[in-house]
Design a protein around this ligand. Structure first.
Ligand code: ZN
Length: 301
């Protein structure tokens, strides 16, 4: 019997559609994946589903169910032992939005009470740091994740090491998901969540505004002057080479950068995220499992 491994995957409701049996419902799909990972690979797999707010702090990936439909989804998943993450990773363009709106509050209330009832750790991911103290105070049982989108905003960006003081988990911007860049955060590796397939990877994050804004479907010519650019002393250099740069360049995805992915696993990163708009393909999953088996240190499991 070999050493057990550990893997946490955060996926949108449809990110697993290409894995396993066609037309199988989400809960069934996840249970089967967990069972097979344990039986065939000796891996303790946890799958956490996430969807974004459809309101004030709307996430930028436009595939979320309405907030009204969210409690039903959360209830179904939680009662099957699957935790949920509510993504409030929009709101950058609403500086006045320092509190959730009513429909978001209903989701948060449900997320919190459902987590308490089932004993699961549900999470909320935020872009606006202004939400942080409110959430901690009102929902002390929810874990709070710093969204990668924070790094696109002059108001919200900052060194990751500082974010680990306030947040339970930190999602680095795709541009920074290189081993060489993140290795200084080794002691926090268990609290890093890295995107596996995100292709947005401009070396200079300032140019990602256009990408972000197009996802928000906002006339960016009007908004860009408001956002301005990140002051140079707060810009975090990218770990990507200029040749891997470019929003929507598939070579920027971590799953295609084996050196970085292996390095991150060796340093103890075990939580990987698939964007809600993307699907985890069987070959992506196989490669991840293979690298995890080869490189995960025993201390992580
Ligand atoms: Zn970009």
């Amino acid at each position: 019997m070999g050493t057990r491994k550990r893997l946490v995957m955060e996926c949108g409701s449809h990110s697993l559609d290409c894995l396993g049996e066609k037309d199988a419902p989400l809960v069934e799909r996840i249970h089967r994946l967990k069972h097979e990972a344990e039986r065939d690979e000796g891996i303790d797999l946890e799958v956490i589903v996430y969807e974004g707010s459809s309101s004030l702090h709307r996430g930028v990936r436009p595939v979320s169910p309405a907030n009204e439909a969210m409690p039903d989804l959360i209830g179904k998943l939680n009662s099957a032992g699957i935790p949920f993450i509510f993504a409030m990773n929009g709101g950058l363009l609403h500086p006045e939005a320092t509190l959730p709106d009513e429909s978001e509050l209903r989701v948060l209330d449900f997320l919190s009470s459902s987590g308490c009832k089932t004993g699961l750790k549900n999470k909320v991911v935020i872009t606006r740091h202004a939400l942080h103290s409110y959430l901690r105070r009102t929902y002390p049982d929810l874990e709070i994740v710093a969204s990668c989108i924070q790094q696109l905003s002059p108001r919200e960006c900052g060194p990751y090491i500082d974010k680990f003081r306030d947040y339970d988990f930190v999602v680095p911007l795709n541009q920074h998901t290189t081993f060489d860049f993140l290795k200084s955060l080794q002691e926090h590796a268990g609290r890093l969540i890295v995107f596996l397939k995100l292709t947005c990877g401009m070396v200079d994050t300032r140019y990602c505004y256009s990408d972000y804004l197009s996802m928000e479907k906002i006339p960016w010519e009007i908004i860009v002057p408001q956002l301005n650019t990140i002051p140079s002393d707060r810009l975090i250099p990218s770990g990507l080479a200029p040749t891997d740069s470019g929003c929507n360049n598939p070579r920027a995805a971590l799953i295609t950068r084996e050196h970085d992915l292996s390095g991150l696993i060796r340093m103890g990163v075990h939580t990987f995220k698939v964007s809600r708009a993307q699907q985890l393909l069987p070959e992506d999953y196989r490669l991840l499992i293979q690298l995890l088996r080869e490189h995960q240190p025993e201390a992580v499991a």
